[in-house]
Ligand binder design. Structure first.
Ligand code: 5GP
Length: 226
């Protein structure tokens, strides 16, 4: 008896590099196949095993800047010396189709979206400890020692922005953290401000008229006849 908003829900999953955002998002999508994950654009070089158009759209810094100038990015940031950003068009298309969309992005970009679309859902992922975060960044073995230190320092600064988010999840166990994210999304879909219309069928409308719209004073209503 309710019709929810036709537009899908925009979910922003963010947190320091090494907090496990991609792992949690992949786990979430196993159980929630109706969530579409946006593919970001970056000027970073592909790592071993990364595929263009799947992991990221890999472009040059010049091409990225051209996209910024042409207003094609929903948000973007410079992180560890490279550009990262969300192409606007595909996100809009999926939301307009009523699909929920998840963005897995760092904090500067998430805060840009918060300014533009405060009604989106903002979830911050934390590692169990900063020691564990550093271990994950080192063990990943994808960046130089200097770059790992840069990401680690940035993580300390990013944690200060936690209060700007709606929810926080500590990622100490992948399945548990992904289940919490799934539960938050389910709850968000039930928010009253996502309801467009409450509708009644014809007979219910008649009852509504008798019980609510008409002045019932001095009138007795036999509940069994409704
Ligand atoms: P990585 O180089 O490890 O793939 O990504 C570095 C950081 O950039 C991560 O925190 C990642 O979540 C973030 N990131 C990935 N895509 C985007 C994006 O489209 N926008 C923003 N702002 N950050 C992104």
């Amino acid at each position: 008896m309710i019709k929810t908003k036709k537009q899908g829900l925009l979910i922003v999953l963010s947190g320091p590099s090494g907090s496990g955002k991609n792992t949690i998002c992949d786990e979430l999508k196993k159980e929630n196949t109706n969530i579409w994950e946006s593919i970001s654009m970056t000027s970073r070089k592909p790592r071993k095993g990364e595929v263009d158009g799947v992991s990221y759209y890999f472009v040059s810094a010049e091409e990225f800047e051209k996209n910024i100038k042409e207003d094609k990015m929903l948000e973007y940031a410079k992180f560890a010396g490279n550009y990262y950003g969300t192409p606007r068009g595909s996100v809009q298309e999926h939301l307009d189709k009523g699909e929920d969309v998840i963005l897995v992005i760092e904090i500067q970009g998430a805060l840009q979206i918060k300014k533009k679309l405060p009604q989106a859902l903002f979830v911050f992922l934390l590692p169990p400890s900063m020691k564990e975060l550093k271990r994950r960044l080192v063990d990943r073995n994808t960046e130089s020692e200097e770059k790992v230190m840069e990401r680690f320092e940035t993580a300390y600064r990013e944690i200060n922005e936690l209060s700007k988010y709606n929810y926080v999840i500590v990622n100490d166990e992948v399945k548990e953290a992904a289940a919490k994210l799934g539960a938050i999304i389910k709850a968000e879909r039930c928010r009253v401000d996502r309801i467009e219309e409450v509708f009644l069928d014809t007979s219910e409308e008649k009852i509504h008229e008798i019980l609510v719209d008409k002045d019932l004073e001095n009138k007795r209503v036999d509940i069994n006849k409704l």
